[in-house]
Design a protein around this ligand. Structure first.
Ligand SMILES: [Zn+2]
Length: 504
């Protein structure tokens, strides 16, 4: 008996359209064919492990693209990745099923439509209407009606910070195999919930997200339900398809899927005012002072306004400048995007003293400060291959000391999301008092090693107060901008989004 062949392809990109730095090759990695088998990304390993454990099914890896969150894809880079994907799908076909590995929050500069929708609809056109397609989404992604029409089922992350990428891929793969075995395609229903919230206000360790995501397994267990989902979406983007969604897939009944999706949406909506920052927060100066006065070591401060894990630029030095002004000691500020400063430090050489002008920001107002720094180290690449597989880490970097403050500058945008990033620039990730990273919520490996954390409510495009954003394309009214609005889930039934892609 010949095996049933499952094509594995897709991209994971989270776009922050307010970021002035488009996603280009400096922060994008693309793997082809058997290269996918060696990429230690759990989204992939969950897929391959599940297919390998199933008799009579074979994975056919085609293409996987992963980016650091940032501005929209450069149009040419996106079109090449999409073109390569479709060509490989044609060349290596025919297939019996397709796993599309997309995140859901992809955008492409100048494309005018949601990038994941554009890509997945194109995949559907290549394979035709009958071949099942499933997707392991991130819950910070978007779904559109066109995207839902193009796929057969999906799984979606249920933890933030994300600890269940592997399990989500397993579920999406099992759903695909189930459809291939039974020939039964689930019915789908989605409800748009008019809410824009940052992921930091929807952490699943805290209510209400803990309760809302925590109830999803109960929905999965209802007769006929394939999977129930809450998409938080990517609330920073003022785009017509952005906002929260409740989505349910059901084996037989579209009516039941819709009833349950509305019920979930109503439960999310009822608790809308409870979504907030549950971790300790402070202004930049106040947070630095609190950390300096605290008795613990290994205090992690999140520079949330410049959070590169949601796509902010990473070039801001507001926290660095404040730390210098406060004459802070034993503080490490990692991952500042500053190509000019790296060039200057490398030209001067290790152990040299250099005069640096901080603050020529592109992604926020300029704030120039001239400092004397000692170059402690530099390199051609930050070796974090075991952690992130992101090309930004391949770029030149320099580590400097300014008074009691140590900072690392990089020639490409990077994200310090685990202790390995500090180790890679010669910083012990547990020996120092304070670490500053450009994230919003801490990532799992950071949560696991820190003794205390403070989210700094810093300036930048990643800032967390959405009432300050001027949304004009998002469907209004919308919470929290139109704070006292009334809403019922009947208004969000998902056909309302149909056609939005054409008018964007
Ligand atoms: Zn996410």
């Amino acid at each position: 008996m010949t095996s049933k062949r499952i094509a594995v392809l897709g991209f994971r990109h989270e776009a922050m359209i307010a970021c002035p730095f488009l996603t280009d090759e400096s922060t994008t990695m693309t793997w082809y064919l058997d290269e996918l088998l060696d990429v230690p990304v759990t989204t992939l390993t969950g897929v391959f492990d599940t297919i390998a454990a199933e008799d009579g099914f074979e994975a056919v890896p085609l293409l996987f693209c992963r980016t650091l969150p940032g501005g929209g894809f450069e149009r040419g880079l996106y079109e090449k990745m999409k073109g390569d994907s479709l060509n490989l799908l044609k060349e290596h076909g025919l297939f019996d099923g397709v796993l599309v590995l997309n995140h859901g929050a992809g955008e492409t500069d100048g494309l005018g439509v949601h990038a994941d929708t554009d890509y997945i609809v194109a995949v559907r056109e290549v394979v035709g209407p009958d071949i099942p397609i499933t997707v392991p989404f991130d819950h910070h992604g978007q779904v559109t009606q066109e995207l839902l029409d193009a796929i057969d089922a999906m799984a979606c992350l249920r933890t933030a910070p994300h600890r269940d990428n592997y399990e989500t891929s397993v579920r999406a793969t099992k759903q695909l195999i189930d459809i291939m075995k039974t020939g039964r395609k689930p019915k789908k229903a989605a409800v748009h919930i008019p809410m824009m919230i940052p992921g930091e206000k929807c952490m699943t360790d805290y209510a209400p997200a803990k309760d809302l995501f925590g109830m999803l397994p109960d929905y999965d267990a209802l007769p006929g339900v394939t999977e129930a989902h809450i998409f938080v979406g990517f609330g920073w983007n003022d785009l017509p398809w952005c906002g929260m969604k409740a989505v349910v897939t059901h084996e037989t009944s579209e009516e039941e899927a819709l009833r349950l999706a509305r019920e979930i949406a109503d439960k999310v909506w009822a608790r809308r005012k409870e979504f907030g920052l549950k971790m300790p927060t402070a202004g930049v100066r106040e947070g630095l002072e609190q950390a300096a006065a605290a008795p613990e070591k290994i205090i992690y401060l999140a520079d949330s306004g410049d959070n590169t894990t949601c796509g902010a630029g990473g070039d801001l030095t507001f926290v660095l400048q404040e730390a210098i002004d406060l004459d802070m000691q034993d503080i490490i500020i990692g991952g500042i995007y500053a190509p000019d400063l790296v060039d200057q430090c490398i030209a001067a050489g290790v152990d040299s003293e250099v005069t640096l002008e901080l603050g020529h920001h592109i992604s926020a107002r300029k704030q120039i400060k001239t400092v004397t720094a000692k170059v402690l180290a530099s390199g051609d690449a930050v070796d974090t291959s075991a952690y992130t597989n992101l090309r930004g880490n391949d770029s030149p970097w320099a580590k400097v000391q300014i008074g009691g403050v140590i900072a690392t500058f990089h020639s490409a945008r990077v994200s310090f999301t685990g202790p390995g990033h500090f180790e890679a620039v010669g910083v012990d990730p547990t020996a120092h008092k304070i670490y500053v990273v450009k994230v919003g919520y801490l990532h799992p490996q950071q949560e696991d090693i820190m003794n205390r954390n403070i989210c700094l409510l810093s300036e930048g495009v990643g800032a967390l107060d959405f009432t300050l954003l001027e949304y004009s394309k998002v469907k209004r009214p919308c919470f929290p901008m139109d704070g006292d609005m009334e809403w019922s889930s009947i208004e969000g039934v998902f056909e309302g989004n149909k056609g939005l892609l054409a008018t964007a």
